[in-house]
Design a protein around this ligand. Structure first.
Ligand code: NDP
Length: 454
């Protein structure tokens, strides 16, 4: 084994030993480390400085108890997390996830991905992630508020505009960010707008932040398709999820002339051959916090609800799909789903979610020449626009929607360009996984070298 290969393998062994049972984190670390072999062969200085091991170890991991009272007056208990992963490029930056499946390993996988994603944006932000096993689904607004206040009562001492700037993720949207910011402001007696992003534009948030992750994913998909002289105009698209990322991926795809024929949530999926009615899904998901079944009940026409199988089955069973955008959660698209997509003639998959495709699915997509954009590149528009929100907060300014959306578009075109060029430079043209991992890693590794052994 070459010394590069043995160093990569040793770094992965250390991840396994230090983080037992954290399978999603192991998966994310392996995917990145495997693609770094050619880089460390060219740059032995990274190995000499122990960069591989150091980059896999968070700078700080915070775990805390969150107690709160439900509407019936019963005491409830959850666990809170913040993993401050890497701050060589800027303050830790990454969202908070509230979902019952959240464990330390979930947050570590997300935080690890975030380091490279944030580097790819070219903006001065480090990587971090946080969350809780709290489930906002079915809770009243008052319960969500009490939980958020209790969560922030501990978290506030670890964050700040120059230290660590959380945002939203699964289960954390404008409502939760509002309650979290309110409690932070109360505890500090200071209006520090830049301590959280994803705020409402009515009180310090950025226009286009809500749309940014979904829009950015579609812009990235369009850039990939362009390399094959194809486009989203006239394409049939399947999107999974029906939350923030899925809704705005649908909106942008429709703006570019595509028909989005499927959306899902954890209770099933909808097949809508006439194209998703965007206003209706926004009303149900963003305002009423309803289910995908409500959409079908009110949409009428040819829309159908399916409660078995997966949204990807549409490609095989309903006349094909040109593009798939997984925008729900990790490991939601596996090898079988890729077979459905291949049967349906799918040309491109762009990950709006973090790590939604299993490693086997990614391998099969590559083998079959399907364009594939990993989440750390394709969904970087969300955090990039969060960094633009930080810029507006620091200068006490507000930008127009169009100006912010144009900056987002330029950033996504650049992210695509960097990934494509790096893949080419390393002899694997069209391999966006390799391109994203190497381009993100080298920026962080060079900064780690420059800042010394800290
Ligand atoms: P939301 O909470 O707004 O929506 C999540 C959607 O995915 C919902 O439709 C939800 O269905 C579905 N979903 C979640 N977990 C599961 C599950 N275990 N099985 C099936 N469906 C599930 O989250 P976001 O849209 O913000 O986030 C979606 C993905 O995008 C995540 O991977 C997140 O990390 C990633 N991301 C988000 C960014 C952002 O700016 N928001 C930025 C970059 C990445 P249900 O309501 O039934 O649970």
């Amino acid at each position: 084994m070459s010394s590069a290969a043995s160093s990569v393998s040793a770094a992965y062994d250390t991840v396994l030993r230090r983080n037992p049972g954290e399978l999603e984190f192991h998966q994310a670390a392996k995917e990145v480390l495997d693609s770094l072999m050619p880089v460390v062969e060219r740059h032995p200085e990274y190995l000499d400085a122990g960069i591989l091991e150091r980059i896999c170890e968070p700078e700080r991991q915070i775990i805390f108890r969150v107690t709160w009272m439900d509407d019936a007056g019963r005491v409830q208990l959850n666990r809170g997390f913040r993993v401050q992963y890497n701050s060589v490029l800027g303050p830790y930056k990454g969202g908070l996830r509230f979902h019952p499946s959240v464990r330390l390993g979930t947050i570590k996988f997300l935080g690890f991905e975030q380091i490279f994603k944030n580097a790819l944006t070219g903006l001065p932000i480090g990587g971090g992630k946080g969350g809780s096993d709290f489930d906002p689904k079915g809770k009243s607004d008052a319960e969500v508020m009490r939980f958020c206040q209790s969560f922030m009562t501990e978290l506030h001492r670890h964050i700040g505009a120059e230290t660590d700037v959380p945002a939203g993720d699964i289960g954390v949207g404008g409502r939760e960010i509002g309650y979290l910011f309110g409690q932070y402001k109360r505890l500090h007696n200071r209006y520090e707008s830049g301590v959280l992003t994803g705020k409402s534009p009515a009180w310090g948030g950025s226009l286009a932040r809500t749309e940014a992750t979904g829009y950015g994913t579609v812009i990235f998909a369009q850039q990939m398709l362009k390399t094959k002289n194809r486009s989203l105009d006239g394409a049939r698209v399947i999107v999974s999820g029906s939350g923030n990322v899925a809704i705005y991926a649908t909106e942008k795809a429709q703006q570019l002339g595509a028909t989005v024929v499927g959306l899902s949530d954890s209770s099933g999926y909808v097949y809508d051959p006439d194209g998703i009615d965007l206003e209706l899904i926004k009303q149900i998901k963003e305002i009423e916090r309803g289910r995908i079944s409500d959409y079908v009940a009110r949409r009428g026409g040819r829309a159908e609800l399916r409660t078995s199988g997966k949204v990807w089955d549409i490609a095989r069973e309903e006349g094909g799909a040109d593009v798939a955008l997984p925008c729900a959660t990790q490991n939601e698209l596996d090898e079988n789903d890729v077979r459905s997509l291949l049967d349906g003639g799918c040309a491109a998959v762009a990950e709006g979610a973090n790590m939604p495709c299993t490693p086997e699915a990614v391998e099969l997509l590559h083998q079959n020449g399907v364009l594939f954009a990993p989440g750390k590149a394709a969904n970087a528009g969300g955090v990039a626009t969060s960094a633009l929100e930080m810029q507006q907060n620091a200068s006490r300014d507000t930008w127009t929607f169009d100006y912010t959306a144009d900056r987002l578009e330029q950033i996504m075109v650049n992210v695509h360009e960097q990934c494509a060029q790096t893949a080419e430079e390393y002899g694997k043209p069209g391999d966006y996984v390799l391109g994203a991992n190497i381009a993100g890693f080298t920026k962080v590794a060079d900064a780690m070298l420059a800042l010394g052994v800290i």
